[in-house]
Design a protein around this ligand. Structure first.
Ligand code: E4P
Length: 219
């Protein structure tokens, strides 16, 4: 399973990359705004800075919501670096834009997916990734993980190459359950990745090993 980090924060991206387990980055307009990145030139420079840290797969989202606008923006984003994946919202013109980009060999991530039908449409249009938002479904008392199961099953049934990118992953159980289901990718904040390290038996076990080693060395 690929691990993407869901942030536009360069320090967090560096930390996850230094851990040696990072396969990509997803951003969105809210995450860019959180870092105070505004204005076309600054946004592009920031995406380039992210691409310079990681090996591949940097999702950069279009702001336009009409076909022509998404195509123009997406083509500009794709020119920043080969690592860019153009992130397109799941709307009618978005599906048309995904088909356009797919025909041109530009990779896409179809975002804001909340149903299996939407995911099927994204795959048919040729999206490279589909992003079902599981945490936001859980927030409204729907089961986000069931949606991941449905999409994995549908894509398997027909051999779609679109990768299931579980998004809005809020905690380690989300991540582990996505892995059990067979999601291709998860994207989550740094804290979710580093929380995978934690187990109290690891901490107490290591403390005991070190204490025993110290005692034996003092004999
Ligand atoms: C995915 O690409 C989105 O940026 C993200 O996972 C949304 O997560 P949130 O629901 O925690 O904002």
């Amino acid at each position: 399973m690929k691990f993407f980090i869901d942030t536009a924060n360069l320090d967090d991206i560096k930390q996850a990359y230094d851990l040696g387990v990072l396969d990509g980055v997803t951003t969105n307009p809210s995450l860019m705004a959180k870092e105070g990145i505004t204005g076309d030139a600054n946004v592009k420079a920031h995406y380039k800075a992210i691409c310079d840290i990681v090996d591949n797969n940097v999702s950069a989202e279009v702001i336009a919501t009409d076909f022509a606008g998404m195509v123009k923006e997406g083509e500009e984003l794709a020119k920043i670096d080969d690592k860019i994946v153009v992130k397109v919202p799941m709307i009618k013109d978005g599906i048309k834009a995904i088909k356009y980009f797919s025909d041109k060999g530009i990779r896409t991530n179809c975002t804001l997916v909340f149903s299996a039908g939407q995911a099927l449409l994204a795959a048919k249009a040729g999206a490279s990734y589909v992003s079902p938002f599981i945490g936001r479904l859980d927030d409204i008392s729907h089961d986000g993980l069931t949606l991941i199961e449905q999409i994995v099953q549908i894509y398997d049934n027909y051999g779609y190459e679109t990768e299931v990118l579980a998004a809005s992953v809020r905690h380690t159980m989300h991540l582990v359950q996505c892995a059990e289901i067979g999601a291709d990718v998860v994207t989550c904040p740094l804290k979710v990745i580093t929380s995978l390290l934690n187990h109290p038996l690891t901490d107490s076990g290591l403390a005991a090993f070190l204490a025993d080693h110290k005692k034996a060395s003092q004999k």
